[in-house]
Design a protein around this ligand. Structure first.
Ligand SMILES: *Cc1c(COP(=O)(O)O)cnc(C)c1O
Length: 432
């Protein structure tokens, strides 16, 4: 399928080209030129289909004319090769657990799909390929894991110094080999700005085949639809009513994929964007003014984004009609104090341990349902063990560390420190 640049509609690329290029002219995001509907049979049959079949059906219209069926089936099966269970937490609230992948966070899904697509597309490439990515926390680990030891592909990850958790930091700095971590003296927005600048620097991209693995990349963004459909498969077994879905949001790639699946026919009553105090989108929904802000550091740090890149795709899905957006999407702002209180309360009342991102989503959903009725689920995007300090502070209990993490935490950290100045990044990329 072709994808167009949201800033320059005339720039149209295939799925392969958009995957390799990451973003278009003037830092524009790519968007599918045609959004096919799911067939009524597919939706009716959902509870009887295998997860692999569902994943293939979700992705085939975007990638199926460029990746042969057998290959694409293999890629999607590997993408979702872990549990994605929907569990009941309270009478009206369920949780979709997206943290059973190798780095214990939902970004594993997008990163695994993307690394496998790139591997397929670049099989015969002779130049060195560099994947350049900015992370506010979990992207780095998921990308590092997805690309680790892939021949011919170098990965450079920028992360804000002291703003990611120890586990997150280890997941992106301990691998070594083709994975290079850059510790930036600045915020996630600084990291993202540096990456965007590299992509628009022709003098650099002449020498290196640069590609992004951020959630702006279509091959990371689109496969996130899969778990919304897998959630509905489980939901429909026990519910006749469509769910309200609440997504802890930072850069808005995840929720945008859910809204895309809904546009294709997936039954969803309403979406909720749950944010921490970085609340550009809830503010937009209140005022109709979309105004990027300085990033504020919080305990749900993967959502510390002051200028959410993917929101333009949501606007595109709703034809930029404010009333349409508002009809389908609500926003909530939850501060750290309420997040901690929620972790404590939910553990005490329901015996369920939330991570800070999931807690923001839980309480946002709870507020919405109290005002509007209905039932729904939220996405738990990371395992609580990734944020032990907050969870222990809230519950007074220690979080059990899985074996795989114990091993990781013992390993050495490899990083290079840079200032948020483009020249420093460029120098690193050219000499590497
Ligand atoms: C990245 C991330 C988010 C935010 O997802 P977006 O797609 O950027 O909105 C939420 N929770 C966790 C744990 C994350 O890693």
């Amino acid at each position: 399928m072709n994808f167009y640049n949201l800033k320059h509609k005339e720039e149209q690329l295939s799925f392969k080209e958009a995957t390799i290029k990451g973003q278009g002219k003037d830092k524009g995001l790519f968007f599918p030129e045609d959004i096919s509907k799911f067939s009524p049979e597919f939706l009716k049959n959902l509870p009887n289909l295998s997860d692999e079949e569902i994943a293939y059906q979700v992705m085939k219209d975007f990638a199926g004319d460029e990746i042969p069926e057998a290959e694409l089936r293999k890629i999607v099966a590997e993408t979702i090769a872990f549990d994605i269970p929907l569990k009941k937490v309270t009478e009206n609230i369920s949780v979709l657990e997206l943290f059973h992948g190798p780095t214990l966070a939902f970004k594993d899904v997008g990163a695994r799909f993307m690394s496998r697509c790139l591997g397929y597309f670049l099989k015969n490439e002779t130049r060195k390929v560099t994947v350049l990515v900015a992370t506010s926390g979990d992207t780095g680990g998921a990308v590092a894991n997805g690309f680790y030891d892939v021949e011919g592909i170098e990965v450079v990850i920028l992360y804000p110094k002291n703003r990611v958790s120890p586990v997150q930091e280890k997941q992106l700095t301990a691998l070594g080999k083709n994975i290079h971590a850059l510790e930036v003296n600045g915020s996630f927005d600084d990291c993202q700005a540096l990456v965007k600048q590299a992509f628009s620097d022709d003098s650099l991209t002449e020498k290196l085949l640069l590609t992004s693995a951020n959630s702006i990349n279509v091959s990371r963004w689109l496969p996130q639809q899969i778990y919304y459909v897998l959630a509905l498969k489980q939901w429909l077994k026990n519910n006749s009513e469509s769910p309200v879905i609440c997504v802890p949001s930072g850069n808005f790639g995840n929720i945008c994929a859910g809204i895309l699946a809904h546009h294709r026919g997936l039954p969803v009553k309403h979406f909720i964007a749950a944010c921490n105090v970085n609340d550009v989108v809830p503010e937009y929904l209140r005022t109709e003014i979309l105004k990027p802000k300085e990033t504020v550091a919080t305990i749900s740090n993967a959502m510390d984004v002051g200028d959410p890149s993917n929101f333009v795709r949501i606007l595109e899905l709703f034809d930029k009609e404010f009333n349409q957006v508002k009809n389908k999407l609500s926003g909530y702002t939850i501060d750290d104090e309420e997040t901690l209180k929620t972790i404590k309360r939910v553990e005490k009342d329901y015996g369920y341990v939330l991570d800070p991102h999931g807690a923001v989503a839980f309480v946002a959903l709870e507020k919405y349902l109290a005002e509007n009725g209905g039932k729904g689920f939220f996405l738990e995007t990371a395992h609580p063990v990734k944020f032990p300090d907050s969870v222990e502070k809230a519950t007074g209990k220690s979080v059990e560390i899985p074996k795989s993490l114990e091993e990781l935490m013992k390993q050495e950290k490899f990083t290079t420190e840079i200032n948020p100045q483009y020249e420093e990044l460029k120098e690193f990329l050219l000499k590497k």
